[in-house]
Design a protein around this ligand. Structure first.
Ligand code: HEM
Length: 405
């Protein structure tokens, strides 16, 4: 995406590296670390026991006894990402251990200060993000076997058991399926910059195929019988301390700020993949949806955010197609749009099913052993408006991107 490599047809390795994207794993952190240096064992020991400590209501007491560790000894991006993952899970568990009616409004300094420092070092907010929950939270059970759901497990977990694992791992497989689409995006921009319609056509075909593969990966969310009934939406890991009646002023990070701070919780809306494709395809979402989606970009690692920004500044694909007489290009472009709208329709179907099941479950039992499910369940994530209005509006504006013959 940078001028200067005119002769090269595929500028990918350079472009990928610049945005901390991996050739094999895309936005996923390649082979994330699973352990920190021994001096950080007070964090790791608690993190590995998190579901049990929350279920037995002992997590807060353990965190109060934890020493305040110096983050200066963390080395490199991998250690910082694992530290952010661990501290964000500890924070979620600490705040929500007793469910919505017993939230903590103050994060103690022995957790707040290192969490803040690690967040600053990575350019991430001090809350559990998609980059923690999914991108940095995976390992192969058998390193010699492929990236399949049966061979994957999260590094750190919260109450929610297999259904939470399924949620994390299917999202991860969608990210993995997107990798050829990310490369096709870079290729398409290269082709636009060099007015190479043959390359552009191949890139758009590659992008449509990748979105189709993401869709297949997404279907595992309800197609895979190994995933038990979902408790995902009732789990506190996805809650925020922004626009949340249970924490109207946000969370006070002791030793960091005198005032509480408000942040949104983890959501796949923070995945960079669809943001990148939307920018390339020139999809125009409504003002309200755009405001929410753009706010979600603040929860992405800065190099991924920069990737999306650079796509938005590249020559307009849409204008190029509109002004081109090449009908093959128009058709390939429309395939991308249709595939993306279909992906979003299938996502809506999954959310519908999960909300219905989660609501039914919430009526019968306590969620995640932590108390009642979040009241924000129905309005989650869209700054007040109902999630389905948001999701359908985003899907419909995708369809409006079709270019008619
Ligand atoms: C049980 C499964 C899932 C549920 C219940 C769910 C729920 C939601 C909800 C409630 C939103 C609205 C925004 C928010 O509240 O943060 C959302 C948005 C979004 N979700 Fe999911 N989701 C699920 C699985 C996935 C998976 C596997 C992906 C794949 C990456 C995904 C990608 C997205 C994206 C990209 C958005 C932003 C809207 C868009 O661009 O269309 N979701 N999801």
């Amino acid at each position: 995406m940078e001028a200067g490599d005119e002769k090269e047809e595929s500028p990918q390795p350079a472009a990928l590296g610049r945005f901390q994207l991996s050739e094999e794993y895309g936005f996923l952190l390649p082979s994330p670390l699973t352990e920190l240096p021994p001096s950080y064992s007070p964090w790791m020991d608690i993190a590995h026991e998190l579901p049990k400590l929350i279920a037995s209501h002992q997590l807060r007491a353990c965190i109060h006894q934890m020493p305040q560790l110096n983050t200066q000894h963390l080395r490199g991006r991998e250690e910082l990402h694992l530290a952010h993952l661990v501290l964000s899970f500890l924070t979620m568990g600490y705040v929500w251990q007793e469910g919505e009616e017993g939230t903590m409004r103050v994060l103690p300094r022995n957790l707040a200060v290192p969490f803040w420092e690690v967040s600053q070092a990575l350019g991430l907010p001090p809350i559990l993000t998609h980059a923690d929950f999914v991108l940095a939270n995976w390992r192969r059970k058998d390193p010699s076997r492929p990236l399949e759901i049966e061979n994957l497990e999260p590094i750190i977990s919260l109450p929610g058991g297999e259904s939470l694992h399924g949620f994390i791992l299917v999202t991860l497989l969608v990210e993995k399926a997107a990798v050829p689409g990310i490369k096709a995006t870079i290729q398409a921009i290269h082709a636009l910059q060099h007015l190479d319609d043959e390359l552009l056509h191949r890139a758009l075909q590659g992008l449509a195929a990748a979105i189709g593969d993401m869709d297949k990966a997404l279907q595992q969310m309800h197609g895979n019988s190994s995933l038990p009934a979902p408790a995902v939406l009732t789990c506190p890991c996805l809650c925020s301390w922004r626009d949340n009646a249970a924490m109207p002023h946000g969370l006070l990070y002791e030793g960091v700020s005198e005032q509480p701070m408000a942040f949104s919780g983890g959501s796949a809306a923070q995945s960079s993949v669809l943001h990148a494709f939307d920018e390339l395809l020139g999809i125009q979402h409504s003002q309200e949806s755009t405001a929410f989606l753009h706010r979600m970009r603040d929860y992405m690692p800065p190099p991924h955010r920069a990737f999306i920004r650079d796509i938005s500044r590249a020559p307009s694909l849409r204008q190029h197609i509109l002004s081109s007489a090449d009908l093959r290009l128009r058709e390939a472009f429309n395939h991308c749009i249709t595939a993306l709208a279909d992906f979003r329709s299938h996502h809506i179907a999954i959310v519908t099913k999960y909300i219905a099941v989660a609501k039914a479950k919430a009526g019968q039992e306590e969620a995640c052993s932590t108390g009642k499910p979040p009241a924000a369940l129905e309005a989650k994530g869209t700054g007040g408006s109902h999630i389905f209005i948001f999701l359908k509006s985003v899907r419909d504006s995708t369809r409006e991107g079709l270019i008619s013959a």
